[in-house]
Design a protein around this ligand. Structure first.
Ligand SMILES: Cc1cn([C@H]2C[C@H](O)[C@@H](COP(=O)(O)OP(=O)(O)O[C@H]3O[C@@H](C)C(=O)[C@@H](O)[C@H]3O)O2)c(=O)[nH]c1=O
Length: 193
């Protein structure tokens, strides 16, 4: 596996090293020791699958507030997506900045998303599947989100949005929740409590 840190500290792309032969290939996609050696947390509480029938399906932008915050390790096993992560760590020099990473079954790339990031993706093909390894348990009461077209984030989605859930249409923009977000994402507060 080849790890490359994105411009958002702690968020990594992970390329696979294919051992190819006449049958196809074998490649490691996760190794707890190697993750630790790169400073990534290898904890896995849940693994989940996301299937999307149509191109232009957008899910996000989602996160869980501390102490239920999650690392996510995402891979696309069928089709292709543009994956978007947004840094929501108030102490970070890249607070509110985002990166877009193309994940596909063909490129085999993985994306490691640290805690206190928002995450979303848009499918670039019909019939798209993503697999997540998630470090924490699903905690509906701790969920939060931001609109994918939030002007404060300025994300240029690389495809037309055709399918969006009602929940994802209803997230309040950053300007409405700025103080709450900063307060709830402040790890110093959680360390004290
Ligand atoms: C996220 C999640 C949802 N669910 C349920 C709740 C609901 O009935 C159904 C669909 O949930 P959602 O609409 O939230 O699914 P979705 O919009 O796909 O949510 C996901 O979006 C991407 C961008 C992420 O980063 C994920 O962590 C997750 O938030 O599945 C679980 O049981 N466990 C889970 O971990």
């Amino acid at each position: 596996m080849i790890f490359s840190e994105t411009i958002l500290a702690g968020a990594y792309t992970v390329e696979i090293d294919r051992h190819q032969d006449n049958r196809g290939y074998f490649a490691r996609v996760f190794c707890a020791d190697t993750f630790l050696a790169h400073g990534l947390k290898p904890a896995v509480a849940q693994a989940s699958i996301s299937y999307n029938a149509k191109r232009g399906t957008l899910r996000g932008l989602h996160f869980q507030y501390p102490p239920a915050a999650e690392n996510k390790y995402v891979r696309c096993t069928k089709g292709a997506v543009a994956d978007v992560i947004v840094d929501l760590r108030p102490e970070s020099p890249t607070y509110l900045r985002h990166v877009i990473v193309n994940l596909s079954a063909d490129n085999g790339r993985g994306l490691y998303i640290p805690e206190r990031f928002a995450h979303g993706f848009i499918t670039l093909t019909d019939d798209t599947e993503l697999i997540y390894l998630i470090s924490n348990y699903y905690t509906p009461g701790a969920e939060g989100g931001l609109p994918h077209d939030d002007p404060s984030l300025g994300i240029s989605w690389p495809a037309e949005v055709r399918v969006l859930s009602d929940r994802d249409k209803a997230w309040k923009p950053h300007s409405n929740i700025a103080d709450e977000l900063k307060g709830r994402m402040n790890i110093a507060v959680h360390k004290r409590s």
